[in-house]
Design a protein around this ligand. Structure first.
Ligand code: PEP
Ligand code: MG
Length: 555
């Protein structure tokens, strides 16, 4: 019997196209009931203690197998299961009559809410605690632990969403594509897929119907999953996949549209090591050098000399090319004890980014000095920008400080709606702007970029976000100054064309995304991109905007 094809849609990440068998990640466990124990406290405590220590051992084992960064993640999770305060809390609850599974559930939930209240990095760890709790409870109940299914043959992984603990263990030789029913384009799953060049469709609600063994064709470029694809469709898809691969391989050199209009294609990097990936991917330079890596694991800011050496190690790799350095962006998702205030109730709206630097001006001055010295010692064309600028006054203060230390090109990031709306004033002062669409989206729709439950709102295709970008693009046109995009949006090939139509002059992304974006923009003229942008801007929501774009692009 042949089964009918069915098209399921979601948000595609990248341009990949693969055919494979579905393996589903088990759904989260149901909440254990609040009934009193019938086994007695000693037996319950025994069940809980064994499950906690077996889970810790299992996590450490997986860490040993995986090695590298994954080992650090898994060892940290094992420590959570071993935590003595948590064990004491579980025992207390059991002594008061709880079952082992309920005691574990409540004890972990209590700890998670303390972390959540702390905000920022600590709040992110709350999700990991939930993951460890589920593993322990599954062991107590004797059911399959949630997590990535084990397999020796390739498969398409289908899940609600993937937690960092799941993705740390993914074997990219076996997992061919990712499909999630929840989450959005800036979810952890989407970021991982982009980093690894793995096809993914996120937020595909209708993928709920997929079961183990279903054959699917995942086409990230078309935002669709075809369930039970026909032999003809598979054959056509494989030809199309080859064509896309060839387009990617053939797309080298600087970013250029079909009419010759140039759009610089740059890379986002976070250290001197990752800069080499940018060189290999033929980036025309660096559009966002995140400098947090130098500060994050330290109790104080590194010296000017240490910073200068690190910056020079990146600049040296781009002689004669542009390198846009962002000064330290601390706070909210990147807390730094010596710069940001732990006590803030809402750190995303607190003293973060440039606000934290102005409050510690010696740190900002030292960093700018180190950048200026490294620039003078190398041949890179160094531009410097400030994160989280919300006002024209902040722009003035930052640009003046740059001038004082001898930085020739001083710009700001547009990540807050207020600065997008005032871009024309900002660009009268700054030499350039770069739009951080991750934060700009977060602040436009008032949805925390780290919170899975509001991930579907975190969509840069939202016409409200695109209208703000158009304001900035127009300001760039009027002032003849450069308007870059360095958020995740730049790595979406279709959105990249729209952004150019909105007036963006350079795009910066993780190096792996460059080839697809280079190939896609070369298919259109600037006039076509502008027309596309106009259509998208009049859409009612992100989904309609995508449909409007694909109607034009597939013509
Ligand atoms: C952004 O907000 O889009 C951005 C590029 O900065 P970050 O992701 O580092 O906050
Ligand atoms: Mg940002």
């Amino acid at each position: 019997m042949t089964t009918k094809e069915r098209i399921l849609t979601g948000i595609g990440v990248g341009r990949g196209l693969v055919v494979g068998d579905v393996r589903r990640m088990p759904d989260p466990l149901p909440e254990p009931p609040q009934t009193n124990s019938t086994l007695g406290a000693d037996a319950e405590l025994g069940r809980a203690t064994v499950a906690l220590s077996e889970t810790a051992e299992d996590l450490r084992d997986r860490g040993r197998q995986a090695g590298g960064l994954a080992k650090d993640v898994l060892d940290a999770l094992a420590l959570m299961a071993d935590d003595q305060m948590l064990h004491a809390d579980v025992k207390n609850r059991i002594d008061r009559g709880a079952t082992a599974e309920r005691a574990v559930f409540d004890a972990f939930a209590g700890f998670a809410s303390i972390l959540e209240a702390a905000g920022g990095y600590m709040a992110e760890r709350a999700g990991d605690l939930g993951d460890v709790a589920n593993r322990v409870i599954a062991r107590i109940m004797g059911v399959a632990a949630p997590g990535v299914p084990q397999s020796t043959t390739p498969f398409v992984l289908v899940a609600r969403d993937l937690a960092p603990a799941d993705t740390a263990l993914l074997n990219f030789d076996i997992v061919r594509a990712l499909v999630t029913t929840d989450g959005g384009p800036t979810s952890h799953t989407a970021i991982l897929a982009r980093e690894k060049g793995l096809p993914a469709i996120v937020g595909a609600k209708s993928a709920e119907v997929l079961v183990d063994g279903d054959v699917v064709l995942v086409d990230a470029g078309k935002n669709e999953i075809v369930l039970h694809p026909s032999a003809v469709r598979i054959e056509e898809a494989l030809i199309e996949a080859e064509a896309r691969k060839a387009a990617r391989a053939g797309a080298t050199g600087p970013g250029r549209m079909a009419d010759g209009h140039e759009v610089a294609l740059l890379a986002n990097v976070g250290s001197s090591k990752s800069a080499s990936a940018a060189v290999e991917a033929h980036a025309e330079g660096i559009g966002l050098f995140r400098t947090e890596f130098l500060f994050l694991d330290n109790d104080t800011a590194p010296s000017v000399d240490t910073q200068q050496a690190e910056y020079a190690a990146v600049f040296e790799q781009f002689p004669g090319q542009k390198v846009v350095v962002r000064v330290l962006d601390a706070g909210a998702d990147k807390p730094l004890p010596f710069l940001t205030d732990d006590g803030e109730e809402n750190p995303a709206l607190g003293r973060r980014g440039i606000r934290a630097l102005f409050a510690h001006s010696e740190i900002l001055r030292d960093q700018l000095t180190a950048i200026a010295q490294a620039a003078a010692a190398t041949r890179a064309d160094v531009w410097v920008m400030a994160p989280m600028i919300a006002t024209v006054d902040e722009t003035e203060e930052f640009v003046a400080l740059c001038r004082e230390v001898g930085i020739a090109k001083a710009g700001v990031m547009i990540e807050v709606p207020s600065s997008a709306l005032l871009a024309h004033h900002i660009l009268e002062i700054a030499d350039f702007v770069s739009i951080g669409t991750n934060d700009l989206t977060q602040y436009t729709v008032a949805a925390d970029r780290l919170l899975g439950t509001v991930a579907d709102l975190q969509d840069p295709w939202n016409p409200a976000v695109l209208r703000l970008i158009r304001e900035v693009g127009r300001a760039g046109e009027v002032t003849h100054k450069s308007v870059g995009v360095c958020g995740e949006a730049a790595a979406d090939p279709t959105l990249a064309v729209v952004l150019i139509g909105l007036g963006v002059t350079s795009l910066s992304m993780s190096p792996i995304a460059l080839a697809d974006v280079r190939a896609e923009i070369s298919r259109f003229t600037l006039a076509e991109a502008r027309e596309l942008a106009e259509r998208v801007l009049s859409s009612r929501n992100a989904a309609d905007a995508r449909i409007a774009a694909s109607a034009v692009l597939t013509q």
